[in-house]
Design a protein around this ligand. Sequence first.
Ligand code: AMP
Ligand code: GLY
Length: 423
Amino acid sequence: MKVMVLGKGGRESAIVWKLSMSSYIDELYAVPGNPGTKKYAHNIQLNLEDFKTLAEFVKENKIEMVIPGPETPIANGIKDYIEEKTGTYVFSPSSKSSFLEASKIKAKQFMKRNNVPTADFRIIESYEGGVNYLNLIEKYPVVIKADGLAQGKGVSIAQSHIEAVSILEEYIKGKKFGEASTRVVIEEFLTGYEYSVFIITDGRDYIWIGDACDYKRAFDGDRGPNTGGMGSVSPAPFLDSGKRKITEEEIIKPTLEGLIKEAIPYEGFLYFGLIWTEDGPKVLEYNVRLGDPEAQVILPRLKNDLMDLIIAAKERRLNQVVVEISKEVCMCLVVASGGYPVEYEKGKEIKGLEKLSHQVILFHAGTEERENKIYTAGGRVLNLVAMGKDFENVRRHIYREVEKIHFENIFYRRDIGLMERWR
Ligand code: AMP
Ligand code: GLY
């Protein structure tokens, strides 16, 4: 088969790497890909917003399946467009079903209608309405979320009334995230252990393909600004089989039942961003794709041929699939540019990559290649991934290896994979 993966980050590097081992695939394309995916796929420099050109490429090259990595093309309707123009299958939800991620308001309303546990919330449609609501609140912090897509940056935690009002002003009046933040959700602040669960579903059946925890804050000890993720571990260290069962019964099944009841077709990956509270698991968010950097730790542990699972979803026979996940643990360290996620420089030459041990998997994220040299080209630059018997050994190994990599202002957290967090 000829398969095309859309995207260029660490997550897409992991998807391409995993698919490169598939017995179904003769030719793999990464659009646009990165200097790392070049090893496994043809990198094709096309714009992910230009659906017309993408569809022409699919037709001309007889691509038989398209797998989008990031949420934006999914929310913009890549599935509907490519399938209609070319007849080629796109493994993702349609634009209509992507509201689970693309609108926090619609997602919260969906959870409420379908008894999926989540933080209590109020939908805010205007600045004045928001201030009136905040005047009634006594308990802080509260969480304020832009309704629309904001590249993972649309969530703020307000410690006080004053702070909450100023966030509302920024979001709604100041349009901090454009139209995406003119309406917001204000919700109850939850405490507990955060974890992420990934399934493949055809909208009726599902398979659990992995669970993970990511490290969202920029600095050690979970301090500093929120980022896309500075590292990840799989499995989620505190998630025993009892908690997994509860997660399936209380979160995953009611979600799928809700989709069926409301006649919302959904196929593709579905990512549950969860928190285990004193009252059990609750949904913080849904995403209609794999996580980044969670894909980088769940895909190496997945023993199945990923295409077997995707084809089973396409053919509506997920109930016949047996998922096999390695007992080994996996960790990903994100190597970033100093200053990320706020301001950082690009274009720094990266040295030492050739010295890495073959036991670590290197995924490129924000890099570019010029005249056979690799340069930084983004905030999150590289991912170092390794598997092993326990996190202690794996983290020691990764932190030894990362010493071999050099570029100006290199920056990474030192506490990824430490288990203290879950004790
Ligand atoms: P979201 O994009 O909705 O997952 O939010 C991003 C991050 O903000 C989450 O991963 C949590 O760390 C935090 N967060 C979101 N909602 C809440 C909440 N209700 N209580 C506490 N933290 C939250
Ligand atoms: N790591 C969080 C996300 O992919 O949304």
